[in-house]
Design a protein around this ligand. Structure first.
Ligand code: NAP
Length: 323
C-alpha cells in the first residue's frame, strides 16, 4: 500500500516529484484556504512535510494515521512536541544545513543596522544625496566591539566566529550551559543575561522559542542595554516584547535594532515600520537557493526514513521512537 504524504509548505517541485514515485502526494495550494485543504487531507496522511505553519493538537486531532511531521526548519516552536510524543508521532527538523547561511544573515543584519544601510540606500534612491553626508547619517563601528550572543548553539557559534575572526570582536554569551571549547577557540566569556546586556555593543538573539525564552527581552532588559547598543534578533520574534522594543527605539534608549523575525508573521503593518533606527526583514535567515534546497532534501530524507521504519537522522522527540 502506498502511503500518503501531505506537503503543507515550501518543498521544491523536484523533491515533490521524487516523493510522488513512492507515495501518494497531496500538495496544499498556497493560494487556496490552508485550513480546509489540510483538514481534508489529514485523516489519510501518514506523513506531513513543510514549514512555517502552526500544527498544534487542534489541527492534528483528525490525523489518526500520522507517523511523522518533517519540518523544513531547525526551530520547532510551531509544534506541540509533548503532544506528538504522546501520540507516537515523530517530529524531525533540519539542523546544521542552515547554520552558516543563517549566521551570514545575522551578521548582515548587524552590519546593516550599524551602518544604517537600508536607510541610506533609500536616501540615495530618493535623490536626497546633494552633498557629502554629515554626522546625521553616520553609523557606528563594528570592528573591535563587543558582541553578546544569547543562545550559543550552532548558529550562535557560527555568528561568534564571524565576529571574532572577521571583526576582532570580544564575544560574550549566554546559553543553558557554558561551552568551554568555544570559549577557548573564540576567547569568549560565558555570563548572565544582565551582564551581557550591560556590556555588549551588539546583542544578538539566536535562542529557540520556548516557555523560558518567551519575551526574554522586555522593557527591563532593554533598559539594561547601553544607549549606543544595537539589538539583533534572528531567533524567533516572541523572544522580544515588541511593544517594549518600539518604546525603547522611539525614545532612543538604544541606538537601533535589526529584526528578521517578529511576534506575528507575516507582518503587514506595525508601529515599528515608522522608525528609521530599525532594519526589518521578512524571516529570511535560511532563505538562499542552496540552503533552502539542502533543508528540503534533509527533510525528505527524514520523512522517508520514518515511513520506511528507520530512525531518522534529526529526531526532535526520540521518546516517540519505539525500537
Ligand atoms: P541550537 O544549536 O539548539 O542552539 C540554541 C542555543 O540556545 C543553545 O546553545 C541553547 O543553550 C541556547 N538556549 C536555550 N535556551 C536558552 C535561554 N533561555 N537563554 C540563553 N540561551 C538559551 O539551535 P540553532 O540551530 O543554533 O538555532 C537556534 C534558533 O534559531 C532556532 O531554534 C530557530 O528558532 C532560530 N532560527 C531562525 C532562523 C531564521 O530564519 N531567522 C533560521 C534558523 C534558525 P544550550 O546549548 O546550553 O542548551
Amino acid at each position: 500500500m502506498r502511503k500518503n504524504i501531505v506537503v503543507f509548505n515550501r518543498l521544491p517541485a523536484a523533491l515533490v516529484q521524487q516523493l510522488s514515485e513512492t507515495y501518494n502526494v497531496t500538495v496544499i495550494d498556497p493560494q487556496g484556504d490552508f485550513d480546509s485543504q489540510l483538514k481534508r487531507a489529514l485523516p489519510e496522511a501518514h506523513g506531513l512535510i513543510g514549514a512555517s505553519k502552526r500544527l498544534g493538537r487542534e489541527q492534528l486531532a483528525e490525523a489518526q494515521n500520522l507517523e511523522v511531521i518533517s519540518s523544513v526548519s531547525v526551530g520547532y516552536d510551531s509544534y506541540e512536541v509533548d503532544y506528538l510524543t504522546e501520540r507516537g508521532i515523530m517530529l524531525t527538523n533540519t539542523p546544521d544545513v542552515l547554520t552558516q547561511t543563517t549566521a551570514d544573515l545575522g551578521f548582515a543584519l548587524l552590519m546593516s543596522a550599524a551602518r544604517r544601510l537600508p536607510e541610506l540606500d533609500a536616501y540615495v534612491k530618493a535623490g536626497q544625496w546633494h552633498q557629502s553626508i554629515g554626522e546625521a547619517q553616520f553609523g557606528t563601528d563594528v570592528y573591535g566591539k563587543t558582541l553578546g550572543i544569547i543562545g550559543m548553539g550552532r548558529i550562535g557559534a557560527a555568528l561568534a566566529k564571524r565576529g571574532r575572526f572577521g571583526f576582532d570582536m570580544n564575544i560574550l554569551y549566554t546559553a543553558n550551559s557554558p561551552k568551554p571549547d568555544l570559549e577557548k577557540e573564540l576567547d569568549a566569556a560565558f555570563c548572565d543575561l544582565k551582564t551581557l546586556l550591560q556590556s555588549s555593543d551588539f546583542v544578538c538573539l539566536v535562542a529557540p522559542l520556548n516557555e523560558s525564552t518567551y519575551h526574554m527581552i522586555g522593557a527591563y532588559e532593554l533598559q539594561l542595554m547601553q544607549p549606543s547598543g544595537i539589538l539583533i534578533n534572528i531567533g524567533r520574534g516572541p523572544l522580544i516584547d515588541e511593544a517594549a522594543l518600539y518604546d525603547a527605539l522611539c525614545n532612543e534608549r538604544i541606538r537601533g535594532a535589526g529584526l528578521d523575525v517578529f511576534e506575528r508573521e507575516p507582518l503587514e503593518a506595525s508601529p515599528l515600520f515608522s522608525l528609521k533606527n530599525i532594519v526589518t526583514l521578512p524571516h529570511i535567515g535560511s532563505a538562499t537557493h542552496e540552503t533552502r534546497y539542502a533543508m528540503a532534501e534533509r527533510a525528505v530524507a527524514n520523512l522517508t526514513a520514518v515511513l520506511n521504519g528507520t530512525r531518522p537522522r534529526d529526531l526532535v522527540n526520540p521518546q516517540a521512537w519505539a525500537d
